[in-house]
Design a protein around this ligand. Structure first.
Ligand code: ADP
Length: 207
């Protein structure tokens, strides 16, 4: 089973995809995490991606499509993948069709103001990538590995607003794209986390 998680920045794609991956024993692939790993390693791809990510713009389709086509060839992707952050444009969705068969698209629905607030409160462990909110977790080190909690460089208000605008313009058309394919399931992403996770698990377990 291959599933796309769609939604604006801060809608909880990563949180939900990671929980479902553990529960359904599928691979969680986050393009954002893959790009940030490239940046950390200082690769050519990382350096290129950084210039777009820092502005809140999308990395060019050809770069992302190449990266994901290669990733899908690896053995661990054969069993099924939960995609978080890909596709983000119609060109990427069309390319994905020749890479993998998509069974469902989970569309996380949340208003812009809620998202800006959420992303501004986000902290990420520099060591293991665990995500926290300063609203519910006041410490400055990670509960799991004691790593330092940091603010993602693109999580400042100006860049968050740019990312949301890019989402509305380039990614939101995918709602119609997957509705037309008959596989879109919209989910209220303002539900309490546990409730939302149960709801999404309910959808995935019927596939
Ligand atoms: P969020 O969903 O909170 O914006 P991500 O970690 O998914 O965060 O993405 C961070 C940034 O990485 C995006 O703003 C964009 O610059 C880049 N990116 C991630 N996925 C893609 C993609 N599929 N196509 C183009 N750019 C991408």
């Amino acid at each position: 089973m291959n599933v796309v998680f769609l939604g604006p920045p801060g809608s909880g794609k990563g949180t939900m995809a990671s929980r479902m991956a553990k529960r359904c024993n599928l691979l969680h692939l986050s393009t954002g995490d893959m790009l940030r790993a490239e940046i950390k390693q200082g690769t050519e791809l990382g350096n290129l991606a950084k210039s777009f990510i820092d502005k809140g713009a999308l990395v060019p389709d050809s770069v992302i499509i190449d990266m994901m086509s290669n990733r899908f060839l690896e053995e661990d992707a054969k069993n099924g993948v939960l995609l978080d952050g890909f596709p983000r444009t119609t060109a990427q969705a069309e390319a994905l069709e020749s890479i993998a068969n998509i069974d469902s698209c989970i569309n996380l629905v949340v208003a812009a103001e809620v998202v800006v607030n959420r992303v501004a409160s986000r902290r990420v462990c520099a060591n293991c990538g665990e995500v926290y909110s300063i609203k519910t977790y006041a410490k400055s080190d990670c509960e799991k590995c004691a790593g330092e909690l940091t603010i993602r460089p693109d999580d400042n208000e100006k860049t968050i607003r740019a990312r949301f605008a890019v989402y509305e313009e380039q990614t939101a058309p995918l709602i119609e794209y997957y509705t037309d394919k008959g596989i879109l399931e919209s989910v209220d992403a303002t539900m309490p986390i546990e409730e939302e996770a149960e709801y999404i698990y309910g959808i995935l377990s019927k596939i």
